[in-house]
Design a protein around this ligand. Sequence first.
Ligand code: AMP
Length: 274
Amino acid sequence: MSEGEWNLADFEIGKRIGEGKFGKVYLAREKQSGYVVALKVIFKAKLDKYRYHAQIRREIEIQRRLNHPNVLRLFAWFHDEERVFLVLEYAARGELYELLNSLSHFSEKRAATYIASLARTLAYCHEKHVIHRDIKPENLLLDIEGRLKLADFGWAVQSNAKRHTMCGTMDYLAPEMLEKRAHDHAVDNWTLGILCYEFLYGAPPFEAADENDTKRRIVQVDLKFPSTHCVSVEAKDLIRKLLVKDSSKRLSIQEILKHPWILRNADPSGSCSE
Ligand code: AMP
């Protein structure tokens, strides 16, 4: 599938399954094959308003090149006068964020399974020189079997060199990005530490009443483990070894996958049925 080969008439449009800043996402079925997909409809006028064209182009280019079981597939895209359509893999269980909200926090088994899936996904992305830079629970979807799917490559970059742009959501930002220093793929490793904490405690570690406080806490790595939650020593050890200010001293992806907490808890199938 590529640009020009598809148009809206090829799809039966079903219910709306989500809404983002630039448009809506619908369940859809490709008429000939019967294949169910998620069709993301983006209004060009909104792209103009927010000067988002370059980001959408980047999202399309990067996501089309990635082919990994934990990366949401972008099968095709096409456009008409007013809209851009992205034909995406359908993640039937929706956002991980909603699951986290409903459970308030995850068990160690579930958290480790997701962190291991993410680590394997990042190993693949980094091998392709893609840094996601905006990993957060809202950008993680779950398929029908509960496997994690990394979505939303709007902030990703394909690069070998160190970068300087600040992007992403404050709570998940690595100190080098906040301080506008050069950064590389190790920003995604920091974010794995943030997510691991959030999965186990239900909130990211440097959350504060205002953004300046969050920023200060991140830059100082003001990490606390509240005793309200019963979290294992090994899980805390992994978090401490990822939330390290010096990016060159953070655990590598391969070291994460060999960490005792991951080996003990992660389900190798990548899905969590508890
Ligand atoms: P977005 O515009 O990418 O932020 O998408 C808005 C919302 O639509 C997301 O938060 C999801 O809840 C839902 N959504 C987006 N893409 C998919 C997909 N491929 N499968 C299922 N739900 C999706």
